[in-house]
Every structure is written in C-alpha cells, then in structure tokens.
Ligand binder design. Structure first.
Ligand code: SF4
Length: 90
C-alpha cells in the first residue's frame, strides 16, 4: 500500500494515463524461468496490442530509451526493436 502510494506520487504524470495501468504485467516482461521463441512472440504481441491504443506511447518509449530499459515491451517496442532503434540513431 505504501509502495503503491509512493509510486503514484513519484510517477511521471503520463503514467496515470497508461493503457497498461492496472493490467497484469506478465505480458510485458519475460518470465523468470524463460520461454520458448514462439511463447515470447505471442506474449510480446499481446503486450503490443495493449500499447497500440495507449495515449502515452511516445512518452513511454522516450522514457524507456532515456532510462536504457533493457527488457520488456515499452512504448510498443520490444527490447530487440529498441536496440535496433538505438543502433540506427547512433
Ligand atoms: S506504451 Fe505500452 S508499456 Fe507504455 S505505457 Fe502505454 S501500454 Fe504501457
């Protein structure tokens, strides 16, 4: 409860409008036990479907790139897609 309250206070304002807010985050990050390629692809597609309608997608992607988020789907892009974006920009 306290953690959730502190998160709400310190979270960037765009996060309160995120489509993934309140959604089970398991589709956005790989499971600790690993996953097969096909499972990963399906999980990422489910996460990206949530991102597709998100009103703060660009803010989310900017934050992920600025914070060097290495894992998960952020701003509608997988970690691999973000890596390609970073390489292309360098
Ligand atoms: S773009 Fe995706 S990960 Fe980012 S806030 Fe929106 S729904 Fe969540």
């Amino acid at each position: 409860m306290i953690t959730a309250l502190l998160d709400a206070i310190h979270a960037p304002s765009w996060r309160v409008r995120a489509s993934c807010r309140g959604v089970d985050g398991q589709d956005f990050f790989p499971p600790s036990g690993g996953e097969r390629r096909r499972e990963r692809r399906q999980r990422e597609l489910r996460a990206k479907a949530v991102c597709a309608g998100c009103p703060v997608r660009s803010e989310c992607l900017d934050a992920a790139l600025a914070n060097d988020e290495r894992y998960g789907v952020w701003g509608g892009l997988t970690d691999g897609e973000r890596a390609v974006l970073i390489l292309a920009a360098s």
